[in-house]
Design a protein around this ligand. Sequence first.
Ligand SMILES: Nc1ncnc2c1ncn2[C@@H]1O[C@H](COP(=O)(O)OP(=O)(O)OP(=O)(O)O)[C@@H](O)[C@H]1O
Length: 217
Amino acid sequence: MLQAVNIRKRYGSLEVLKGIDLTIEKSEIVSIVGSSGAGKSTLLHILGTLDTPDTGEVLFDGESVSTLKRSELAKFRNRHIGFVFQFHNLLPEFTALENVCLPAYLAGRSEKETRVRARELLGMLNLERRADHKPSEMSGGEQQRVSVARALINSPEIIFADEPSGNLDSKNAAELHQIFFLLRKELGQTFVIVTHNDQLAAMADRTITMRDGHILE
Ligand SMILES: Nc1ncnc2c1ncn2[C@@H]1O[C@H](COP(=O)(O)OP(=O)(O)OP(=O)(O)O)[C@@H](O)[C@H]1O
């Protein structure tokens, strides 16, 4: 599904990624671990097309995204990729349901169909009773689950998560991790997750360890 070929990235004199090659298969849950500054988030942002490599290529289903223009890339990202970050980034003035629906509206999907799907996803994530609540009226774990529903609304091929449980207590973190595996079982969802959480890394199908801009075998 996803292939990265010889990805290099430099910030000034600092070479952050030093030739990364990796492949992600459909329905895999892959964790990326490594010490602070190893280049994990930089790699995730490049794989997720939020950032561009200096050299190398990212291919989705064999097609390179490096030739896409900025506007085409935004459209591609909206349709094919979901993101979950450490801080949920929900819009505070909107309800859970509205937050989940937004990426679908941006993709031009109908309001009626979107709201039905958003309610289904909120139900899967045990949030049906929170649909009309604003983020400030929900717990941290609930807010993060809403951001997972938002990431899923356009049925992306792949979800990239950067420290998704980094801001949660251990109970809510464990619940979120179970949800990733539930979504893989129910929807065949593919995940690439940067994490410092040993429990999540141990549960993943595959763990990629980074050190100093390289992947350790
Ligand atoms: N926009 C940027 N400009 C300059 N340097 C950057 C930029 N983004 C990242 N870096 C540097 O690149 C290196 C790798 O950063 P990155 O965030 O990818 O590491 P990480 O492995 O995700 O670390 P952490 O676990 O602490 O989040 C760090 O030294 C960081 O300071």
